[in-house]
Design a protein around this ligand. Structure first.
Ligand code: FAD
Length: 473
């Protein structure tokens, strides 16, 4: 028997359900082939998120090669690619970790009947989340819409165990020779070389090291430090979770096993609740598959958002005149990551201060984030726009200057990303437009030349935003 393990967005060799199960089912004389599918039709849709993904894939290819289990690339539309694989290597069974939402789900729905029709057995698993979209239910069987009760239930449920991969067996039973698929290898090379951009934190080894580092100390103060973008107070796990370079079960169980319970553990509890938000939004996206296009709360569909492209561009480029917002957007544009506090602040600013359609913000994040995850991103944007199932109430609008004073009190984060404000004094850093001409000259920062004046009056825009929503309520 030959089993194919299909790697998708689970680019690792440890704690991998499909791989562990395929090995568990292996009997004497059986073989395993590890594959990755490349669909050239998707090349058109490239973003930095893909570039980061393929660099992660390259690390998996190296790790797998070292373990004696090379990844084989199959190429073409999904059915033809699998047909070729099945014929050339006499594959009888296909194993993979399934998607519950979006493109991955559609692809699975297309491939499954096809594989069944050619008598290939298929085994697929929930692997990306601690609890899949159907697991956390209310007493009456319905799904939750609000996080707090969801989380209460989530906490009570038994968590899945780590899916240990027997690497010794893997190297013994793997098909080693690269018989065919030369086209696939070329396609892979092209993908990896698509960009020269170098990303920080790529692949399984770095994911495990970063987790180790976070669990040593930072997790204990996570609740106190996670809101300050100038502080490295968060785990930076999102990019690894997105590519599957680390398993969510590994994160969860490492926490359980390693935490020193004699210490204050509110940081730990808060951190675990963030992992539950990820499951929550996956569940929401499953039940609202059109949430990327329309407001989840029906009464808010049809809000007359502003479509001014110049306004949108100023936000995208970090030229709004609100330093925290601008610094955040530049962090995103340069690194492909943005601190959570800032994601909330810039999303609120775009939707409530600029009244721009949240879909435009969601799409901009999609084009830039290396941890882009449709469920969490759409969830986060609809939360900020007050149109989701568990949103920030529409009348509670973030004040961008106040956010800046609270969460970057010394302006350290701002100055790190806005060199034009380097010499601005602390008392003016949250609103440089208040500097006198002398102050501007002294700081070498002329408002309107070196740095823009605020593009809107927050107080007025807040009122307008509230009116827009009130009209619909
Ligand atoms: P940590 O604070 O260390 O959190 C640990 C993990 O918990 C994260 O890696 C993530 O998997 C999960 N998590 C934390 N907060 C959230 C949340 N609010 N929703 C869902 N999961 C969460 N996260 C993404 O992974 N991809 C996205 O595309 C994305 N878009 C967002 C858009 C907006 C408008 C907002 C407000 C939030 C978005 N988030 C997104 C959630 C959050 O900002 C990031 O997960 C977090 O900043 C990643 O950094 P970290 O790993 O250091 O987080």
């Amino acid at each position: 028997t030959t089993r194919a393990v299909w790697f998708r967005r689970d680019l690792r060799l440890n704690d991998h359900t499909a791989l562990a199960k395929a090995l568990e089912h292996t009997k004497k004389g059986d073989e395993i082939v590890c594959v990755f599918h490349i669909d050239p039709a998707l090349n058109e849709t490239f973003t930095p998120n893909h570039d980061y993904f393929f660099q992660t894939l390259a690390t998996l290819v190296e790790d797998a090669e070292q373990k004696g289990a090379p990844i084989h690339f199959i190429e073409g539309d999904i059915e033809t690619a699998f047909q070729n694989l099945i014929e050339q290597l006499d594959v009888n069974m296909v194993y993979f970790n399934r998607d519950e939402t979006g493109y991955g789900k559609k692809r699975d729905q297309q491939l499954l009947p096809f594989l069944n029709s050619i008598n290939v057995e298929v085994y697929h698993y929930i692997d990306h989340h601690l609890h899949g979209s159907g697991e956390v239910r209310k007493q009456d069987g319905n799904h939750y819409k609000v996080f707090t009760p969801y989380f209460r239930k989530w906490k009570q449920l038994q968590k899945p165990t780590v899916q240990k991969v027997d690497h010794e067996l893997l190297s013994k039973v793997s098909i080693n020779e690269r018989v065919s698929f030369s086209q696939g290898i070329k396609a892979f090379d092209d993908l990896v070389n698509h960009t020269e951009r170098v990303f920080e934190g790529v692949g399984e080894k770095e994911a495990l090291q970063q987790l180790e580092h976070f669990l040593e100390e930072d997790i204990y103060d996570y609740d106190e430090r996670r809101d300050y973008p100038a502080v490295d107070g968060t785990s930076l796990m999102s990019r690894y979770l997105r590519t599957g370079a680390i398993s969510i079960r590994t994160i969860y169980h490492q926490i359980e096993d390693r935490i020193d319970h004699r210490r204050k553990t509110t940081g730990v509890d808060t951190y675990v609740s963030e992992l539950a938000w990820r499951d929550f939004y996956n569940m929401i996206y499953h039940f609202y598959p059109n949430a990327g296009n329309e407001e989840m709360v029906q009464k808010y569909q049809g809000i007359p958002w502003n479509n001014d492209e110049d306004i949108l561009r100023k936000w995208q480029e970090g030229q709004t005149g609100f330093p925290l917002i601008d610094a955040a957007m530049r962090q995103l544009n340069e690194t492909g990551w943005m601190h959570n506090r800032l994601r909330m602040a810039v999303a609120s600013f775009l939707t409530k201060d600029l009244l721009i359609d949240w879909r435009k913000g969601e799409r901009y994040f999609k084009d830039r984030l290396i941890d882009y995850d449709p469920a969490s991103n759409i969830g986060g944007w609809q939360w900020a726009a007050s149109t989701g199932t568990d949103p920030v109430p529409y009348f509670r609008v973030f004040n961008p200057t106040r956010q800046s004073e609270r969460f970057d009190p010394h302006g350290r984060f701002i100055k790190g990303w806005l060199p034009e404000l380097e010499n601005v004094k602390k008392k003016h850093i949250h609103d440089p437009s208040r500097m006198s001409i002398e102050d501007q000259e002294e700081a070498n920062c002329i408002i309107g030349e070196d740095y823009p004046a605020p593009m809107v009056d927050h107080k007025r825009m807040r009122e307008r935003a509230i009116e827009l929503f009130k009209d619909k309520t």
